[in-house]
Design a protein around this ligand. Structure first.
Ligand SMILES: [Zn+2]
Length: 419
């Protein structure tokens, strides 16, 4: 094994700062929705960087971008490393981006040190991880993993009714099915934690053992329309008032369950949405998560029961749709160990932990053993412009990523131990 190599932090910072310009919003965050003009501009830049690094660039039919660095054994399964470059409407500059650009940095370090690897290494940018423009999230990685069909993905619509497939063609990033990720030995994703645990415990690196499961529901509450000034309160069927009771009840259920249950109402629309009209329809989303699938399913059951009862008591109609469900995942044990080993080699503090958020690695794990490296998020913030990871932590995470990639890329098939 070669001596422990390190990334070039100033080059990585420079690369991250170039990315932070594309879709920049006032106050320091990013708005780079999937398949938007900003996404295209970032993809163009990544493509240029990949070509400069000598990578063979290809696109698949979901718009996922790959850059391949050939190994000594061209037929061996590849080590894939990456994440996503799209963001939330008011997202930060690290989420996903750090994973793709650190992967690029790994390649640059290997190149400048003339390091050959046994296996080929592919870096990847998955399309629409965030789900902010096209629901559900992780459409690119889910497509590759066979979770979603090509048609299903192409027909996803944004809020304006624009189709994923058409928007992908409009920005010029539609590739072919033959180019999808395949023959993957291991997949690795560096990501910000997006929670407060590492920072609170003063730990630099998280070796992620798995991802908790989640459900997305959509609730449509239908009451009666009317004039805000003329209809007495006791004559109303105000959809928002019922939805408000539901929101409080949902939070109560999670709190009663245990400290790990999380529920969020992140989206709510009122109709007609006018100051002097009684809201006659409210549509809202519910995101429910728990590391334990049985408990999560129980929370979903309780939520359904409780909000249906509220609707019944208020005499209004309710419709509950299941938008999406995903069970918890346990990652590849050998990668968890390698991440810990990499941290130890560098003298960094490290802990094993679950991920609260969904990630591309979760889907890729369906087709290849996968794993993740977490770095601390200041105040646990993400999906907002306050998202911050200190550069010293970025450096540590990227160094561990380099260690693990290099190690995996030199493993021969006989070294393979199953997860
Ligand atoms: Zn992300």
């Amino acid at each position: 094994m070669e001596p422990v190599m390190t990334v070039n932090l100033s080059r990585l910072i420079q690369t991250m700062k170039e990315s932070a310009k594309i879709g920049a919003i006032p106050g320091g965050g990013l708005r780079r929705l999937s398949l938007s003009v900003e996404d295209k501009a970032m993809r163009d830049l990544l493509r240029e960087w990949m070509i400069d690094a000598g990578l063979q660039v290809r696109l698949d039919d979901f718009g996922n971008m790959y850059g391949r660095r050939e190994g000594r054994n061209k037929d061996a399964s590849v080590v894939m490393v990456g994440s996503h470059l799209d963001t939330q409407p008011e997202g930060g500059i690290y989420d996903g981006i750090l994973g793709v650009l650190s992967a690029l940095e790994v390649i640059r370090v290997l190149n400048e040190n003339d390091i050959e690897t046994e296996r080929s290494i592919e870096i990847v940018n998955f399309t629409n991880e965030e789900g902010a423009r096209f629901e559900p999230p992780m459409l690119g990685s889910g497509g590759v993993a066979g979770i979603f069909s090509e048609n299903y993905v192409r027909e996803r619509k944004d809020q304006e009714g624009k189709l994923y497939g058409e928007e992908l063609e409009n920005i010029g990033y539609a590739g072919t099915p033959e180019n999808r990720a395949q023959n993957i030995y291991r997949f690795l994703e560096l990501h910000i934690e997006q929670g407060p645990i590492l920072e609170e415990q003063k730990i630099s690196v998280g070796a992620v053992e798995g991802v908790q499961g989640m459900n997305w529901l959509e609730v449509i509450v239908s009451g009666d329309p009317g004039h805000a000034g003329t209809v007495p309160l006791n004559h109303r069927k105000d959809a928002l008032m019922s939805a408000a009771k539901m929101a409080l009840a949902i939070q109560h259920i999670a709190k009663e369950t245990d400290e790990f249950a999380k529920v969020t109402i992140g989206r709510m629309q009122l109709k007609p949405g006018s100051t002097n009209c009684i809201p006659h329809e409210v549509v809202f989303s519910i995101d429910i998560r728990h590391p334990n699938d049985d408990i999560r399913e129980r929370v979903v059951e309780l939520v359904r029961e409780r909000i249906s009862t509220i609707a019944l008591l208020d005499g209004i109609d309710i419709q509950i749709k299941d938008l999406w469900e995903i069970k918890s995942t346990l990652f590849s044990e050998d990668i968890v160990q390698l991440v810990q080993q990499g941290a130890k080699e560098h003298g960094y503090t490290c802990r094993v932990m679950m991920s609260g958020a969904g990630h591309d690695a979760k889907y890729i794990h369906h087709i290849a053993p996968s794993g993740m490296v977490f770095v601390p998020s200041v105040n646990g913030k993400s999906h907002c412009k306050e998202e911050l990871t200190h550069w010293e932590d970025v450096e540590k995470g990227a160094n561990v990523l380099l260690y693990v990639v290099q190690n995996l890329a030199n493993k021969e098939d006989s070294d393979l131990y199953e997860c």
